[in-house]
Every structure is written in structure tokens, then in C-alpha cells.
Ligand binder design. Structure first.
Ligand code: UD1
Length: 418
């Protein structure tokens, strides 16, 4: 296994380029299954989750080829319809193949994803939404078995609560269903708008993209997907927050500032100076952060995927901050690890009360999930002394070469095997 060794504290200075968004690429890869032929996705980050999803598509009979950051998926050989436990257990987003396989091939067998480090992760809305389109669903030995004897038909479904994954899955099924579908309380995350736009470019008919109500008129077939993935708003937010925690002056290039408004406004409230020019955000932090109140919400609210990182910033602020999680109520595995740096924080239900400490101290810590790991890396850069972040395979699922990008900004971080 790999771990990061970090020597701190260091200020961050320089430029960093943001890569394509994992959470935009995975549904686009699944959407390739709705088509026969060669789909091409550009700006694909080199990440473990993308490799795992490629393996899943290959298990189904597709061929995936990657050159630089361009991924070509040839679906002409797809015959199988089973997503095995071994792959789904490593990556919950494997559930994305359910809707497309069902819509394009009339059957899908997908291992039921389990919970994860931050609690139960239900898929009821994925299943109920597909049932509303006429799918027959059963559970068999830990697998979801979905069939549709005839073509799926249009239907009406309301997502409650709003779900990114279920919206993607049901939307992908609805575009090939016979008739019209009304999808209500859809997720408005940019990754969903991007999926819908890519489907429209391939011939789908979808109204209401980017709003909670999408209306879909089913079509008989789609052309292959050709799309460039958007910049990763969580990677950009993580680098912004790294500068907030460690101090410094950094240009975050090739990002989409429109997608980062909630994150930018929280960091500005903490005293960071942030300017926007085209696809570049410049952040400057040269004094101690102010405390803040943050509540996670679905887009355009503050993302749950940035909650751990902003908590690392609160840990060094000059006062008491409150960080409330409303999407995944148990997503707090980083709290105990942050305490190992000397951070002073306690949990009250789904709110972390963070009493800012002037200087964190380096410590051996363990990554427990993707974004929690990022928070530990940020704390390590700001902490005095040596930090060891163990189990960085979590971070490799979602950040391409994070240590190289941080080194270029002056952080003293390296990877070693143990
Ligand atoms: C996606 C993101 C993940 C992010 C999350 C919330 C990907 C691959 N992952 O995950 O990084 O943290 O959005 O922004 O894009 N829910 C149900 N029933 C369901 C599905 C979800 O009750 O069938 C609930 C969940 O428990 C949660 C809420 O809906 O409380 C939102 O979850 P959802 O948007 O579905 O998250 P994911 O798509 O799994």
C-alpha cells in the first residue's frame, strides 16, 4: 500500500490545472451503453474509479481504449448484462450501468451496492424510478435483477430526496423508453446537466436540463456519445481550500468558476481573497481564517464532497465554526483523524462544532474515504512537523497526481510504499 509523508507547515504558491470531473465522466461512460459504436469522452482524468468503470464495461463486452486523456468506448461487443459483486463493491457508481443496460438490452443484473464508511447508501430511488418506466425488478442473492419484456415505457417519477445517481440512471433509461417521461425533483448538479446535454447531442430529446423537472420524449436509438468532460469542481474546491488552510497565493486554472460559487463564498466569508478571470480563480490568503457556518446542500448549495476539506480549514480558524451535514448524516469519519492533529472539535448530531486552533501538529493518520483523505492531506500541509497519511488508495480514486500538483505549489509531500 502507499502512504503520503508530508512535512509542514508550508505556504502554497504557484499555478495548478484542474482535470476532468470523475463524477461527470462515470455517467458519460455508462451512457455509452445506450448506443452501439464508438463513444469518445475527452478530458478524462487518470483515476482508479475510471479504470474500474472501464473494467466493468469490458466485463460486459465493450472495449475501452485510453490515449492521454481521451477515452474511446466501443460497445459493439456488449452481450453480457451482469455487473459482478467484485467490481460493484469497489465502486458504488457501478449502479450506473443498470438503467442503460435495461433500456438498451432489456435486462441487467447488478450487484446490490453495500453501505460505505459514511453509512447506508440506499438505491431505492434508482429501482423505483426504473419500475415507473415498466421495469420488473427482483432481488436475487445480493443482485438486483431488472428485466423488461417489452421496451421500457415513458412514466412519471419524483425523486425524494433529490439524488444525483438515481436521476442519472432513470434519465438514461427514459431516453430510450417508448413515450414521454416526467422526472420531478431531479438533481441539478452540473454533472447531471452535462449528462443530459451529451444525451441530447447523441439524439435524445430532453427538456428542462439544469432544472428539477425534466421532460423526456423517448427515441428509438442514439448515436454514440461524443463529449468533453467538465472540470472537476471538487478538485478545484479542494485546491482552493488547501490554500485557505495553509496560506499562500495560487492560481487555479482550467476550472469552471460558475460551478464553484458556494465554495468560493464560504472561503471568502473566512477571509480568503478570491478573484475570477475566465476559467481561472486566484486565491490569496495571508492571515488567519475567520470561523464560519457551513451547511451542505444539493447543488447549488455547498457540496457534501467538500465538507471534510472545509472542516480542516475551520480547524485552524480564529474562533468557533459549525459544519452541518444534511446529505449523508454520518459522513464524519475525518473528525477523529483531525483530532490527531490537535484539532479541537466535537460532534453534535450532524453538526461538527470546530474550535479553531492556531497551529496543528503533524501526526500519523489514516484515510477512510476519498474526501476525508483530502482533508487530512490539507491538514498535514498546514501542520507543524511530519504527517503520515496511510491508505492513500482512497485519494487515488478521485484525485489525479494530487501529490505532484501539491509539490508544484511548494508542498513537501511524497508518496512511499509500506
Ligand atoms: C453522488 C456523488 C457523490 C456525492 C453525492 C451527493 C457520484 C459518482 N457520486 O453520489 O460524490 O457525495 O452525489 O452529492 O457522482 N438516496 C436515497 N435513495 C437512493 C439514492 C440516494 O435515499 O436511491 C439519498 C442518499 O442517501 C443521500 C441523498 O439521496 O442522502 C443524495 O445521494 P445521491 O445524490 O444519490 O448520491 P450519489 O449519486 O450516490
Amino acid at each position: 500500500m502507499d502512504r503520503f509523508i508530508i512535512e509542514g507547515p508550508t505556504r502554497l504558491e504557484g499555478d495548478v490545472e484542474i482535470g476532468g470531473a470523475k463524477n461527470a465522466v462515470l455517467p458519460l461512460m455508462a451512457a455509452a451503453l445506450l448506443t452501439r459504436g464508438e463513444s469518445v469522452i475527452e478530458n478524462v482524468p487518470d483515476l482508479q474509479d475510471v479504470r474500474s468503470f472501464s473494467l466493468l464495461l469490458e466485463t460486459l463486452g465493450a472495449t475501452c481504449r485510453r490515449e492521454d486523456h481521451v477515452l474511446t468506448i466501443d460497445t459493439r461487443g456488449v452481450t453480457a448484462s451482469e455487473a459482478p459483486y467484485e467490481l460493484v463493491r469497489k465502486m458504488r457508481a457501478s449502479i450506473y450501468v443498470l438503467g442503460p443496460l435495461l433500456a438498451a438490452h432489456g435486462a441487467a443484473r447488478v450487484s446490490l451496492p453495500g453501505g460505505c464508511a459514511w453509512g447506508p447508501r440506499p438505491v431505492n430511488l434508482h429501482l423505483e424510478g426504473l419500475a415507473a418506466l415498466g421495469a420488473e425488478l427482483a432481488l436475487d442473492q445480493g443482485y438486483i435483477e431488472a428485466t423488461s419484456t417489452k421496451r421500457l415505457r415513458g412514466g412519471r417519477f419524483r425523486f425524494e430526496p433529490s439524488s444525483v445517481g438515481a436521476t442519472a440512471n432513470v434519465l438514461m433509461a427514459a431516453v430510450l423508453a417508448a413515450g414521454e417521461s416526467d422526472l420531478e425533483n431531479c438533481a441539478c448538479e452540473p454533472e447531471i446537466s452535462q449528462l443530459a446535454t451529451a444525451l441530447v447531442e447523441a439524439g435524445a430529446r430532453i427538456d428542462g436540463i439544469g432544472t428539477p423537472q425534466m421532460h423526456v420524449r423517448g427515441v428509438d436509438s442514439l448515436d454514440p456519445i461524443h463529449h468533453r468532460a467538465m472540470a472537476d469542481r471538487i478538485e478545484a474546491g479542494t485546491f482552493l481550500t488547501a490554500v485557505a488552510v495553509a496560506g499562500g497565493h495560487v492560481r487555479i486554472r482550467r476550472c469552471e468558476p460558475d460551478h464553484l460559487e458556494a465554495i468560493v463564498s464560504v472561503l471568502q466569508a473566512m477571509g480568503c481573497e478570491i478573484d475570477t478571470a475566465g476559467d481561472t480563480l486566484t486565491i490569496e490568503v495571508d492571515r488567519r481564517l475567520q470561523p464560519v457556518e457551513v451547511v451542505t446542500r444539493s447543488y447549488p448549495g455547498f457540496p457534501t464532497d467538500m465538507q471534510a476539506q472545509v472542516m480542516a480549514a475551520c480547524a485552524v480558524a480564529d474562533g468557533t465554526s459549525f459544519v452541518t451535514e444534511t446529505i449523508y448524516l454520518d459522513r464524519f469519519t475525518h473528525v477523529a483523524e483531525l483530532r490527531r492533529f490537535g484539532a479541537d472539535l466535537r460532534l453534535d448530531g450532524s453538526t461538527a462544532i470546530v474550535f479553531g486552533t492556531e497551529q496543528l501538529q503533524g501526526a500519523p493518520v489514516m484515510a477512510t474515504d476519498l474526501r476525508a483523505s483530502a482533508a487530512l492531506v490539507l491538514a498535514g500541509i498546514a501542520a507543524e512537523g511530519t504527517t503520515q497519511v496511510n491508505r492513500v488508495y482512497h485519494i487515488d480514486r478521485g484525485y489525479e497526481r494530487i501529490e505532484t500538483k501539491l509539490q508544484a505549489l511548494g508542498a513537501r509531500i511524497h508518496r512511499e510504499q509500506y
